[in-house]
Write a protein that binds this ligand. Structure first.
Ligand SMILES: Cc1ncc(COP(=O)(O)O)c(C=O)c1O
Length: 446
């Protein structure tokens, strides 16, 4: 691919140090399978599924063809007061994949919008049930639910919140984080068994403080992804479900990362055997090719919202919420093709199997290297945690990320973790290459 001149004056990159990017740009111009081509003609192995999106690998023809066909058939149609066939079909497939009575899909365009949609639906649902006082949300420290005001407030990543002060939602509390660096620094594909009950503080402190009757919902990621792949203790999610049930609180799983195969199952909810009241998704649903997100909610929530309007006139809208592009036909056509491809190639099963190889390779390749203080792997993802450079948190992981990129592997720095989450089509040789490049970079930055 020939080098192409372009100005870098105008594009403000998201979640990126823009000043240093200019000095050493990382620009992709093509992708195929497991690899990118950069603007200067190099091949880079995608060790992070392009931010947890590209489960089926890059440039998959069935998805591309479905998009092209849809563009030539129905390019776009308004989503309000009308629908399109692709959105109904995609919703049917997604609901069919979801556990329990999660049967109704509200589409949006991203994980951030899914977070805010689910929080708004929680408030609207409680109001419909005559419990409009329930307006406290509970998230978790280091949780990530995108960048909208709702998701950011319930999220618990300090850097994402610190500039927004009083603009954050006022009635939000946070569970403590799920990490034990002493007893569970190294976890390979198992559920860590804690002697301490991490949810005692929810029952004994947080709920009494707000009074459970005021709490609308608890929102957590089954596995804390953006923070650096931190795994819940054994039984944690089940117990969270029980506590929510006891107090009439809705449980929302943010499965933007864990949804659609990352743990070797349809959803994290399946992996952990816990059915939430709402499940947020995005990313892998279209293999990342076209933006699409959504919330799958229970029949109970849908029915309550409809029931509350039983006496209302026919034209009354039950939920005043939606996006111009909710259920966009091209995005939904991409989702249908993606989900069919996942099934045809048995890619979730494959993710589970390759995850075992990734976990073993990470533990044998990284343990004992300089500054390595933890390794956590589950499903087809894992993180190696490094001790921070004194006075410069995040710098070591950032430097290692840059080093890996220059050696042809894209990894993800998250605080002082390096996170790996390759596409489900990954081969053993790719895993070996990724681990070798990361290990060498860790040594170089000792
Ligand atoms: C768990 C989780 N929720 C929400 C989001 C936000 O998604 P988006 O960037 O599509 O808005 C992400 C993104 O990584 C995520 O990991």
């Amino acid at each position: 691919m020939a080098y192409q001149e372009f100005s870098m004056e105008h594009h403000w990159l998201p979640f990126t140090p823009n000043r240093s990017f200019r000095k050493d740009p990382r620009i992709f111009v093509a992708a195929e399978g497991m690899h990118f081509t950069t603007h200067d003609g190099r091949q880079v192995l995608d060790g992070i599924s392009s931010l947890w999106c590209v489960g089926a690998g890059h440039n998959r023809k069935p998805i591309n063809e479905a998009i092209k066909k849809q563009l030539d058939t129905l390019d776009y149609a308004t989503a309000f007061q009308a629908g399109n066939d692709q959105a109904f079909k995609a919703a049917e497939i997604i609901a069919g994949m979801a556990p329990g009575d999660l049967n109704k899909v509200l589409f949006c365009n991203s994980g951030s919008e899914a977070a805010d949609t689910s929080l708004k639906l929680a408030l609207a649902y409680h109001r419909a049930c005559g419990e409009g006082q329930r307006n406290v949300f509970i998230g978790r420290e280091k949780g990530y639910h995108g960048v909208g005001f709702g998701g950011m407030s319930v999220g618990g990543i300090p850097a994402n919140r610190k500039a927004y002060g009083a603009a954050l939602l006022p009635r939000v509390d946070h569970l403590r984080f799920i990490h034990d660096p002493v007893n569970h620094a190294y976890i390979n594909g198992v559920e860590p068994e804690w002697s301490e009950d991490l949810l005692l503080e929810l029952e004994d402190r947080i709920l009494p403080l707000h009074d459970p009757s005021n709490v609308a919902a608890v929102m957590v990621e089954p596995v804390a992804g953006s923070a650096g792949w931190y795994l819940p203790p054994k039984g944690y999610l089940r117990r969270l479900r029980e506590i929510c049930d006891r107090h009439g609180i809705l449980l929302i799983f943010d499965e933007v990362i864990t949804g659609f195969g990352r743990l070797g199952s349809n959803f994290g909810a399946d992996y952990y055997g816990v059915v939430p009241d709402m499940l947020n998704f995005a990313k892998c649903v279209t293999n990342g090719v076209i933006p699409l997100g959504g919330v799958i909610c229970s029949d109970r929530i849908y029915d309550a919202m409809m029931h509350a309007h039983a006496g209302a006139p026919e034209h009354a809208v039950e939920f005043f919420h939606g996006y111009t592009y909710s259920g966009h036909p091209v995005a939904c056509a991409a989702a249908i093709a993606t989900l069919e491809l996942f099934q045809q190639e048995d890619l979730f099963e494959r993710a589970g199997q390759m995850g075992l190889l990734l976990g073993d390779a990470m533990h044998s390749g990284f343990k004992g290297l300089p500054n390595v203080i933890g390794i956590r792997s589950l499903g087809l993802a894992g993180a190696v945690e490094l001790s921070p450079v004194a006075g410069a948190p995040g710098k070591r992981a950032y430097d290692i990320f840059m080093d890996c990129f220059h050696h042809g592997v894209l990894v993800r720095p998250a605080a002082d973790n390096i996170v790996l989450c390759p596409p489900y089509i990954v081969e053993q040789a790719h895993i070996e290459r990724i681990v070798e490049v990361v290990a060498d970079a860790i040594r170089r930055h000792a």
